[in-house]
Design a protein. Structure first.
Lengths: 176, 146
């Protein structure tokens, strides 16, 4: 934040970020409470908190989205499983945001944001797979790749639709 | 400062516009690209599933930190539950010539949910415990066990 901004603006920014972070963490927890659907392969998750990250990227900016991903991973570090879980969470979050920024910055065509959401989800899964392969020193984990790409496409589509549905509610953030 | 806050408003409007305008889902290049990838992945999975049905029972390889700890020929092993020296937090169960993770101390138990493995290339991973379980084909390796 630049020093030129007024106190009120700064407080507004902090509050907004805090609210979004709380929302992202809450969605993460809720998602973990949903029992796994037995027919789905292990590790396939909805990625609801990506809805918040996407909102943050579209409405607030790149810096804020990256910060949100980092803070969310910080929560993972504290609450679940320690440094490995943090690394997995952050690598996925970082990659998905970078791919979204790239797709948004394309001048020649405006990529449909459903597509953006799908690409982000696939990038998230691919990054996590890559990190786990490095951590385990074992390339066999790429056996999961087709499953994770398929689930990324499916879940990315669902989170994209979810964002669309949530826009009216989240839009209230801008009036205060 | 006025200018600054205008900027903020514009960013917000831009986001809203972006989401509204980009809701179109016409079959454009990206769509077909993603469709192609989906078909390819589904094809690989189906092909693999078919191949696994016919494949012979393999050899289970347990690795910890990238180093092989145990190799077990599933076709001749009796049913049992066991663990390995370097990480007792992980247990394995062999049943009907198939192997799986059981009673693992980790948060989400993804490794246990992977279920039984039996034929070549099937893999289960416990990332928090840095342990992998893969099945190798019972090719030339078998001689070493006899």
């Amino acid at each position: 934040m630049s020093s030129k901004q007024s106190n009120a603006e700064r407080i507004q920014w902090i509050t907004k970020m805090a609210l979004l972070l709380a929302l992202a963490i809450l969605l993460n927890i809720v998602e973990n409470m949903i029992p796994a659907i037995p027919t789905l392969p292990p590790g396939v998750k909805l990625g609801l908190s990506n809805v918040v990250v996407m909102y943050c990227l579209f409405f607030l900016g790149k810096k804020e989205a990256l910060m949100l991903a980092f803070l969310k991973s910080g929560f993972v570090l504290l609450a679940r499983g320690g440094p490995i879980a943090f690394l997995m969470s952050f690598s996925g979050g970082l990659c998905s945001i970078l791919i979204m920024i790239f797709l948004l910055s394309l001048k020649k065509r405006s990529v449909s944001y459903i597509i953006i959401s799908i690409c982000a989800a696939v990038a998230h899964n691919a990054a996590q797979l890559l990190v786990s392969a490095l951590l385990l020193q074992n390339g066999m984990v790429f056996y999961y790749l087709p499953v994770l790409i398929l689930s990324g496409v499916g879940m990315g589509f669902l989170t994209g639709i979810t964002l669309r549905v949530l826009i009216p509610a989240l839009g209230r953030l801008k009036r205060q | 400062m006025n200018k600054k806050s205008n900027c903020k408003v514009n960013q917000l409007d831009k986001g809203e516009e972006l989401v509204k305008n980009r809701f179109d889902f016409h079959p454009r290049t990206e769509f077909w690209l993603i469709f192609g990838v989906v078909v390819l992945c589904a094809g690989i999975l189906l092909w693999r599933g078919n191949k696994e049905k016919a494949a012979p029972i393999g050899i289970a390889v347990i690795s910890y930190d990238g180093e092989v700890q145990m190799r077990i020929d599933l076709s001749s092993e009796q049913d049992k539950t066991f663990t390995f020296e370097k990480n007792p937090k992980v247990q394995f169960e062999i049943q009907d010539h198939a192997i799986r993770f059981v009673h693992v101390e980790c948060p989400d138990k993804l490794c246990e949910k992977s279920g039984f493995l039996r034929v070549e290339n099937q893999t289960a991973v416990c990332l928090p415990n840095r342990t992998t379980l893969t099945i190798q084909g019972s090719g030339g390796d078998i001689d070493a066990f006899v």
